[in-house]
Write a protein that binds this ligand. Structure first.
Ligand code: HEM
Length: 410
């Protein structure tokens, strides 16, 4: 493919040639981010594109908040297909302006703190069941494969969406294939397994909406069907798109966050004991886990014209990516950023900022708070088998999804 922007014409001091999605890159990401959090945006050539990585927190916030200069809508050209993880579904995070704001307004009540509080008993019961299974299979368990990976399936697909086992299997398959899309080359078509998984998900969502229309329950889909804003409501197509957004976005974000939380808490001696002594610290400890170990690319932004951020030229045709992990290591914002410290009580941008701030953040925080509290109470002496373990990462390009965390109950 002919490059959209010729990288050789750019300031070469700002060009970094790394493989953005490799295992090695992910393993070194926290080390790279110690530097990226302290430098102006820079260019990474990637599959025919020039990606502008935005690391410093002030620069990241400038991009997140400026919708006039940075569009979330993916250009139609096939060269951009790798950024369209949801294969053409109009997800909220990839919409702009009033059409975005209207859908967001309609969805907000279904994900409000009050709506989330109504789901907490169901989430707690789902987590208790997971811990029962771990106890029955103990003393060894895998913090991800037996716990972290299941939280969102059990806590959200069951409790929040009210899905049964066959329906869950369809979403699990979708969750498995979505990252593959981010690894395709510019212009390449979507892998067959992705197309099959999406077709299955589409059929299932359509069927669930029909069922819920007839028998509404205390779940997110019923809430979306009932959503109204001054006479306005979601159309069938919009409903499908947003159920898809919520399931797909939530699955990947929350699984990644669960891995970050377990790994960060259990690889820092004394932290779990501190939370056992004072469980009120759990929400801020979770925030610190998200700061210390987070994803390194959020949804792409597309400059509508040539512009500049933090002293770096950004040309139309480039793809701008905020790097939360780097913003979380910005020394202007965090004192000694590499230090893990659950008492720092500092804000982070793991859920984004501005008009696209994560709509599911109340639910994700509640789910993870309950999960951490239950785990450390039920298995007070649980630990990583090897606190100095080499972490293996999976997920999409930009995600730091921990695949396995071998642990023992006591
Ligand atoms: C800890 C878990 C999660 C993390 C770290 C996370 C992170 C994010 C981030 C960073 C964004 C904004 C991206 C950007 O502006 O580029 C976002 C958007 C979004 N997230 Fe999450 N998310 C999580 C869980 C969830 C859950 C559980 C749901 C739904 C129940 C959800 C639904 C959404 C939606 C709908 C958007 C789009 C908002 C908009 O564009 O207006 N997320 N998320």
């Amino acid at each position: 493919m002919k490059p959209l922007v010729d990288v050789d014409t750019l300031d070469q001091d700002k060009v970094l040639r790394i493989d953005l999605g490799s295992q090695e890159t992910k393993r070194n990401m926290r080390k790279y981010c110690a530097d990226w959090g302290n430098r102006s945006p820079f260019y990474v050539p990637h599959e025919g594109h020039v990606i502008v990585i935005v690391g410093r927190q002030a620069d990241a916030l400038e991009v997140y908040h400026d919708r006039e200069r940075f569009s979330n809508i993916i250009p139609k050209d096939p060269a951009y297909r790798m950024f369209d993880k949801f294969m053409g579904v109009r997800i909220l995070a990839q919409m702009d302006g009033e059409p975005h704001d209207r859908i967001r307004r309609l969805m907000t009540p279904a994900l409000s703190p009050k709506a989330v509080a109504r789901l907490e008993d169901g989430v707690t019961a789902a987590i208790d069941r997971l811990l029962d299974d771990i106890e029955a299979g103990g003393p060894r368990f895998d913090g991800m494969k037996d716990f972290g990976d299941h939280l969102i399936y059990e806590g959200m697909l069951w409790t929040m969406l009210g899905l049964g086992p066959d329906q869950k299997a369809v979403f699990k398959e979708m969750h498995r294939v979505i990252p593959l899309i981010t690894y395709i080359s510019a212009g390449e078509t979507y892998p067959d397994e992705c197309v099959r998984a999406f077709d299955a998900a589409r059929k299932m969502i359509d069927q669930i909406v029909i069922e819920r229309r007839q028998n509404p329950g205390v779940d997110l889909i019923s809430a979306l069907i009932a959503a109204r804003d001054e006479g306005d409501k979601l159309s069938d197509e919009e409903m499908f798109d947003q159920i898809f957004t919520v399931t797909a976005g939530a699955l990947s974000g929350t699984t990644q966050a669960a891995g970050s939380a377990l790994y960060s808490l259990y690889s820092h001696p004394g932290t779990v004991q501190r939370l056992q002594a004072d469980p009120n610290l759990i929400p801020q400890a979770f925030a610190e886990c998200q700061r210390w170990h987070s994803g390194y690319l959020t949804f792409p932004r597309f400059p509508v014209a040539d512009t500049e951020v933090g002293g770096t030229k950004i040309l139309k045709g480039m793809v701008v990516r905020v790097c939360p992990q780097a913003a979380h290591y910005d020394p202007e914002v965090y004192d000694d950023p590499q230090r893990f410290d659950i008492t720092r009580n500092a804000r982070n941008i793991a859920f984004g900022s501005g008009p696209h701030l994560c709509l599911g953040n109340n639910f994700a925080k509640s789910l993870l708070r309950i999960a951490i509290q239950k785990l450390i109470t039920r298995f007070p002496d649980a630990r990583l088998e090897d606190p100095a373990m080499q972490v293996e990462y999976g997920g999409a390009v930009g995600q730091m999804r921990i695949m396995s965390l071998p642990m023992v109950i006591a």
